[in-house]
Structure formats: structure tokens, C-alpha cells
Write a protein that binds this ligand. Structure first.
Ligand SMILES: [Zn+2]
Ligand SMILES: [Zn+2]
Length: 162
């Protein structure tokens, strides 16, 4: 398993996690609350995330051994490559957002409803609403509107590559 494969599986996982979001209170039209949904799926996703983490470490370990190099250094390189592949897979969503820094206390991410820290890196949409990086990527994987103001992203059709 190489970086590209790990990135593909991770993108697939993110995609499924965003589908899970269809059953959350984010979408009132479904009329379901997360408690009613159980939460078993989330555990499965969590395990899969850890499994991918293990696969990433295994890849770094075998490469470090083969090249007689420091494990942590190789792991760092592998993680960067996985992130780059992931960015390419999810490019339409990334291309439509900009990186911003949270400049005020008490800013709440409109996707997960959790408070963000001043100085955190966030991603903003055209309407300048900012969210956690992962939160907005998951959101944009299935919708092309801002979770807060329903601003429609016009430039690209957001589509799944997985
Ligand atoms: Zn968030
Ligand atoms: Zn907005």
C-alpha cells in the first residue's frame, strides 16, 4: 500500500463520514438526531481511521528500513505525501476555499458547532464564513452551499472522486 492508496481510502472515509452527516441535526429536513442513529457507524469509521494510521506507519517503517533512514523523518515525508494526494483527490472543494486565520475569540465552526481558537487555521468560503479545515472539506464533498448562509459556490461542480 502506497501513499496514493492510503489517500484514496482516507478520501473515501471522509466521504462516508460526510454521508453520516446527512443524519445529523445539520440537515433538519431529515428530522433525525444523532442519538436516534446509534453511533455504531462512527465507531467503525474511527477504527478505520486508526487502521489507515497504522498502514501509514507500516509504510514508513518498511521504507525507513529499506533506506536505512530515521523512522520519524520518513514518516513525516509519507504523511506529507498522503496529504498531497488527498488534496488532489479533493481538489474541487479545496480550490473553492481559502486558508484564513481565526482572528477573534468565540468563533464557532458552523459545521461541527465547536468553538475555534484564535490563531487557528481555518478555511473560508467566498462568503467569508470560516470553518475547520476538515469540517468544510467534508461538507463540500456533498454540498456546494455555505452551511451558514447557503451561499452557493458557483465556480465548480463539487463532485466525489471516490
Ligand atoms: Zn468544525
Ligand atoms: Zn456563508
Amino acid at each position: 500500500m502506497d501513499e496514493e492508496k492510503i489517500a484514496k481510502l482516507r478520501a473515501d472515509l471522509l466521504h462516508r463520514l460526510s454521508n453520516w452527516g446527512d443524519y445529523s441535526t445539520l440537515d433538519v429536513s431529515y428530522g433525525l438526531i444523532p442519538e436516534a442513529y446509534g453511533g455504531g457507524e462512527l465507531d467503525a469509521e474511527h477504527l478505520e481511521y486508526e487502521w489507515l494510521d497504522t498502514k501509514t506507519k507500516e509504510l514508513a517503517m518498511s521504507r525507513a528500513a529499506a533506506q536505512n533512514r530515521d523512522f520519524n523523518q520518513v514518516l513525516n515525508e509519507v504523511e506529507i505525501k498522503v496529504s498531497l494526494h488527498l488534496a488532489i483527490i479533493m481538489e474541487p472543494a479545496i480550490a473553492a476555499t481559502t486558508v484564513v486565520t481565526v482572528d477573534e475569540d468565540g468563533h464557532v465552526c458552523g459545521v461541527c458547532q465547536e468553538e475555534m481558537e484564535r490563531g487557528d487555521e481555518a478555511r473560508a468560503m467566498d462568503c467569508m464564513h470560516a470553518f475547520h479545515h476538515d469540517c468544510i472539506l467534508q461538507w463540500l464533498h456533498r454540498k456546494n452551499t455555505c452551511p451558514l448562509c447557503r451561499h452557493v459556490m458557483l465556480h465548480k461542480q463539487i463532485q466525489s472522486h471516490v
